[in-house]
Ligand binder design. Sequence first.
Ligand code: NAD
Length: 493
Amino acid sequence: MTTAYARNLIAGTWEGPGADGIPTSDPATGEAIGVAPRSKAADVDRAVRAAKAALPGWAATPAPRRADLLFRAAGLLEQRKDHLGHLVTREMGKVKEEALGDVQEAIDMAYLMAGEGRRLYGVTTPSELPNKLCMTLREPVGVCGLVTPWNFPVAIPSWKSLPALVCGNTVVIKPSEETPGCATAYVECLVDAGVPAGVVNLVHGTGEEAGARLVAHEDVAAVSFTGSVETGRKVQVAAAPSFKRTHLEMGGKNGVVVLDDADLDFAVRAILWSAFGTSGQRCTAASRVIAQAGIHDRLVERLAEGARHLKLGHGWSPGVQVGPLVRPWAVEKVEKYVQIGLDEGARLVAGGRRPKDPALARGHFFEPTVFAGVDPSMRIAQEEIFGPVTAVLRVQDLDEAIRVHNGTAYGLSGAIITRDLASSMKAARSFQTGIVYVHNGTIGAEVHLPFGGIKHTGNGHREAGIAGIDFFTDWKTVYVDYSGALQRAQIDR
Ligand code: NAD
């Protein structure tokens, strides 16, 4: 039976889906979950109007008072962690511990941003003139349009909305149409914490209709988007005519460099986790392994063996390590790339097909897949697959490893596994990525540090930490001249 488990929130009123709602289903079983509103441009317009109307009151609320509500929301997220985590698995399939981790990211972000309510630091600095004070204030940007993907269905809406809110902005969230229940349950925590009507609005629907309207809306001052490069490009173009501040977090082709001196057991564990966690559906998934010649063959063998032994199944079942892909189209995309890899001459050493286990037949599963003999120019070494596929590339030394690592259009995260400090530091400085992991895989972001990438992954902004605050505030410089005289900067020296 389908229920209205996902609802819009506009001006403080919850609204269920109409007859044309968007159905969702459990990717592990194919069972129907519910129906979400298929919002029209007019619904987005109402949500933006509500956010605009609520803006003056919220912006004028002292930041520590805004933060009180975020503290309360953090407590509610903690209380509802299990419920939210279950919903994450149900809607997009990730395994239990990762689903709970998704919610934990939101909890951590809520506490971090609540703490920011008593900081939101600016700068005070001497003036070049006597009896004059110079300082900076952070002002809210205005109504923020937040467009989010399905792979972190609680964490990413929180990463965007919580910094926006503590800074005094009002928001309209357009979550992924694949995970509307998670976004609804997250926003319920904000509402139940006491966030006033109109400050947070939630509008479900397709990207083409609801998303496109939101990012082009003339009353939206800033857009924060996470998703694919293709969509990010459209968002940037749509936001440009009204000069919106636009933050884009997009795809990745993350690589783990493994040098000859690495601890092989550790490298295998770190890569399996980075490549096949969330079934490879992470922007930071390790879809490339760049192995030095002396360790390469042993690493390929061990990775293939490890991949074959990962347990597939429903994410909430005990012992399961790899869940399904989000939808049938995701499996089809992975299949297409496996064929591309084979056609390009890469060697398939594990996986490469849908599992034969009849118990998994109704879900969107794909076996963890490892390719060896991959050349850096191959499409499987260049393009984001967003599934459980990793490509191993052989290199002779660190310099070649760095060149290969940097030889893609993306620049999100990179990792190096070696016992040598100098090699680690050289890699950390040379990787063309926003994030570097030393002696680990490519995943494991913490909320108080900037998150994001360069090149085709991002457009120069960062999420999380103080960097998140920077995106959601405008600097205002205030000069207070208490000399009583006309003092002219640069002239009266
Ligand atoms: P997607 O680009 O298909 O969709 C993302 C969001 O954009 C959805 O809410 C969608 O409805 C909306 N959208 C689609 N078309 C739109 C349009 N024309 N205008 C406005 N909004 C529109 O991405 P996805 O499949 O949901 O997520 C997977 C992608 O997200 C991968 O490429 C992954 O690497 C990326 N991702 C990046 C990060 C990061 O921080 N760099 C984090 C997670 C996911």
